[in-house]
Design a protein around this ligand. Structure first.
Ligand code: FAD
Ligand code: NAD
Length: 522
């Protein structure tokens, strides 16, 4: 069955998903980088062989183009001639050929659903598969015939799978002279501020409620304008989320507004398109010789908190092409006082980013001026706080900027996990100058006796007296040790892909179970 999107062409609300990942799985030939691909697409070359014509593609026609030298792939209803892209694909030609002549949407989503194929392959667009007619959107009113929609009862066709049905949230709305309150009933305990992502721009309201691995979305073109400051209240015990909007004019609203395309849908989080909002760069400070701390300000009408262990995607237009890369938010500094959960400023997102001399994305990022805007996605990631909540010993293996997920994790562990006896960070870097927040880490180790840090350098210079080397089985057996035979242990690992992969393997060989090891990946 082909996945045909019901949108207009090109999709107006299309989530321009992230572009090429930072790592090549196969070595690409010289002259086949992402930048080279962007240049080729701008060269005016006929990439489809159709001289710019767009055609409607049947399944039979698609199936005919299944060879390396003539390869078409359908993604979300759009068909691309990927033949010229073969040599530029970071995952290699064979990976791309797995979808040749077929609908590659599922395969694509499994491997790198955040890659922005719409922008990257726009010159390769052959056309689209047949489109089903769209039903006109209904108004969301408070009158009885709309009662079902008003109460957020999901039309059957929109329930994506039976297992999620029982969990389907519903919503209601009411008003006073000055406020509009939208109440979402998630039927789940333990909802918190991290579970709600709210954006309200002009009259367009988008409220995403994360319920475990599912996402419930309210997406409405509001009937009247509202003020910029939005508020979110959560009744954790009953799982009720209230979105509170301030009316701009104190008029009575007859309806909440017009539902937008994905309004009132409940689906797997990973099936939901990434949503971006523009954030303002408010400061950029040096952390080391090549790494900077970027502080981004969220719009006033956005409520978004990036949970511990999750990342966001940044999106920039580089040479006319949308490029997206993942980054893991950190705290502005390492808090040293862990007596109480610290009250984090939720208006800013801090990113610690290494600027690579030839890096496509990081070079562009480094050229941003204070006051410039950049698109930031909603958070993603598989880490769950519950993994650490029952641990007695936490080991963090970080290499280079793989330190970033450890920052919030450290803070969370030392502040909120009472059963933790020890937290040990083993931090791998090339040289002393590359160590991120060394001072802060050393201070933290002095301040909190549960915390210990060990620096290991792969290219030490001068008189480094500490440990040296790369990740290895012997090194891990020395540093990652249960203090008691039955200790509940969690080991988190993050860094360059070979580092993470080797680490996971060594830990497995050392007898740690899959549940005890969490590798951070895209
Ligand atoms: P590219 O143009 O892709 O590469 C240019 C050159 O830079 C390469 O030849 C290589 O020499 C070097 N290089 C590029 N990427 C890497 C890499 N990943 N490892 C080693 N060398 C590389 N980075 C951060 O700085 N901070 C973060 O918080 C952060 N979080 C991430 C979270 C996730 C989930 C993932 C998967 C990656 C994260 N990264 C982070 C890496 C980031 O996404 C980019 O890969 C990185 O910024 C390089 O992008 P670029 O376009 O500048 O480099
Ligand atoms: P780097 O090149 O400076 O290397 C830091 C250390 O990593 C080295 O000293 C070495 O000990 C180890 N290392 C490097 N290459 C290795 C290899 N091939 N095999 C074994 N060990 C190796 O690191 P960097 O430039 O700061 O890169 C950090 C990496 O972390 C990037 O690849 C980035 O994508 C990744 N990262 C991932 C996430 C995530 O959540 N998945 C978050 C942040 C960063």
């Amino acid at each position: 069955m082909l996945n045909v999107p019901p949108q207009a062409f090109p999709a107006p609300s299309s989530q321009q998903r992230a572009a090429a990942g930072g790592r090549a799985k196969v070595p690409l030939k010289p002259g086949r980088s992402l930048m080279d691909w962007i240049r080729l697409t701008k060269s005016g070359k006929d990439m489809t062989g159709l001289k710019g014509r767009l055609i409607e593609v049947t399944e039979d026609e698609l199936a005919k183009h299944n060879k390396k030298e003539d390869c078409w792939i359908c993604i979300r209803g759009f068909v691309y001639n990927v033949t010229p892209y073969m040599e530029y694909h970071p995952g290699g030609e064979d990976e791309l050929m797995k979808a040749a002549g077929t609908d590659g949407t599922d395969l694509f989503d499994q491997v790198h659903r955040w890659v922005n194929y719409e922008s990257m392959l726009k010159e390769c667009l052959v056309g689209r598969m047949a489109v089903k007619p769209i039903t006109a959107p209904k108004e969301i009113t408070s009158v009885s015939e709309e009662k079902k929609q008003l109460n957020g009862m999901l039309p059957k066709k929109k329930v994506p799978c039976t297992s999620s049905k029982d969990l389907t949230p519903s919503y209601d709305w009411f008003q006073t002279d000055s406020l509009i309150t939208i109440a979402v009933y998630t039927k789940q305990k333990g909802m918190n501020a991290d579970s709600v992502i709210l954006d309200c721009e002009d009259k367009r309201l988008r409220g995403e409620i994360i319920v475990d691995d599912y996402s419930y979305l309210l997406e409405v073109d509001l009937n009247h304008a509202v003020q910029e400051d939005v508020a979110v209240n959560i009744a954790e015990k009953v799982g009720k989320v209230e979105i509170i909007l301030k009316k701009k004019d104190n008029v009575h609203w007859k309806i909440l507004g017009q539902p937008l395309e994905n309004h009132n849908t409940f689906m797997k989080r990973t099936d939901r398109g990434l949503f971006y909002r523009k954030c303002k760069l408010v400061s950029k400070t040096e952390v080391t010789h090549d790494t900077k701390l970027f502080c981004l300000l969220l719009p006033e009408s956005t409520h978004l908190r990036v949970p511990t262990g999750q990342h966001v995607y940044l999106k920039q237009i580089i040479a006319g092409t949308e490029v997206v890369k993942p980054y893991t938010p950190v705290l502005p500094f390492l808090p040293l006082d862990f007596q109480e959960p610290s009250c984090h400023d939720s208006a800013h997102i801090y990113l610690m980013i290494k600027i690579y001399p030839c890096g496509l994305f990081t070079q562009a990022l480094d050229h941003l001026q204070i006051g410039d805007y950049i698109s930031v996605s909603s958070p993603e990631g598989s880490f769950k706080k519950s993994q650490v909540q029952t641990s007695e010993e936490l080991f963090l293996l970080a290499a280079g900027t793989g330190f970033t997920p450890m920052v919030k994790l450290l803070n969370f562990a030392l502040t909120e996990v009472s059963c933790l006896r020890t937290v040990k960070l083993i931090f791998f870097n090339r040289t002393e100058d590359d160590i991120l927040w060394r001072n802060q880490l050393e201070q933290l180790a002095l301040k909190d006796e549960r915390f210990e840090v060990q620096f290991i350098l792969s290219q030490p210079v001068r008189d480094w007296v500490g440990k040296q080397g790369m990740i290895s089985s012997s090194l891990l057996s020395e540093f990652v040790k249960r203090s008691r035979k039955d200790s509940k242990v969690l080991i988190c690992i993050c860094g360059p892909t070979p580092f993470t992969e080797q680490g996971v393997q060594y830990l497995k060989d050392l007898g740690y179970s899959q549940e005890e090891v969490h590798p951070f990946t895209a």
